[in-house]
Design a protein around this ligand. Structure first.
Ligand SMILES: [Fe+2]
Length: 155
């Protein structure tokens, strides 16, 4: 079996890998929550929110891949299994069934605020250990904050 080694080791590697795994779970579940809302949305503002939720899904999927592959490049195995996500997600889960547009906007806004907060924690946690991964989290936070703004603006 091939051995994958990266530039980090010891505590620095552990810190960075833990931050990457947390971000991976956040982003996978964000993509799932966004699709659930995309399908179950009802209300007079259906169309723009339906489309916006797919933008959010695409963004989460693109970033989850970058995060997982950074983890691999550092020589650690990312865990994107559904059971792992279900067990460790910190995202508020949308209610079962149809969701009114106002409720979707409020729920997604709150979820994005939480993801943003944790992404900032990861930016701080990786500053010394790995500025390359920190830079990745900064890019993700920028996109998450933009989405947070655009959902908030519809409240
Ligand atoms: Fe669709």
């Amino acid at each position: 079996m091939a051995t994958i080694t990266g530039p980090l080791s010891g505590d620095a590697k552990n810190t960075v890998v833990e931050a990457l795994q947390g971000a991976l779970v956040d982003l996978i579940d964000l993509s799932l929550v966004a699709k659930q809302a995309h399908w179950n949305l009802v209300g007079s503002h259906f169309r723009p929110i339906h489309l916006q939720l797919d933008e959010l899904t695409d963004l989460a999927r693109a970033h989850m891949d970058t995060v997982a592959e950074r983890c691999v490049a550092l020589g650690s195995s990312p865990d994107g299994r559904s059971a792992t996500v279900a067990k460790s997600t910190r995202l508020q889960q949308p209610e079962h069934g149809w969701i009114e547009d106002g409720k979707v906007v409020a729920t997604v806004t709150d979820i994005l605020a939480g993801v943003s907060k944790r992404m900032y924690e990861r930016i701080r946690a990786t500053e010394e250990a790995d500025p390359v991964t920190q830079d990745l989290f900064i890019t993700i936070a920028q996109d998450i904050d933009k989405q947070h703004w655009m959902f908030q603006a519809q409240r």
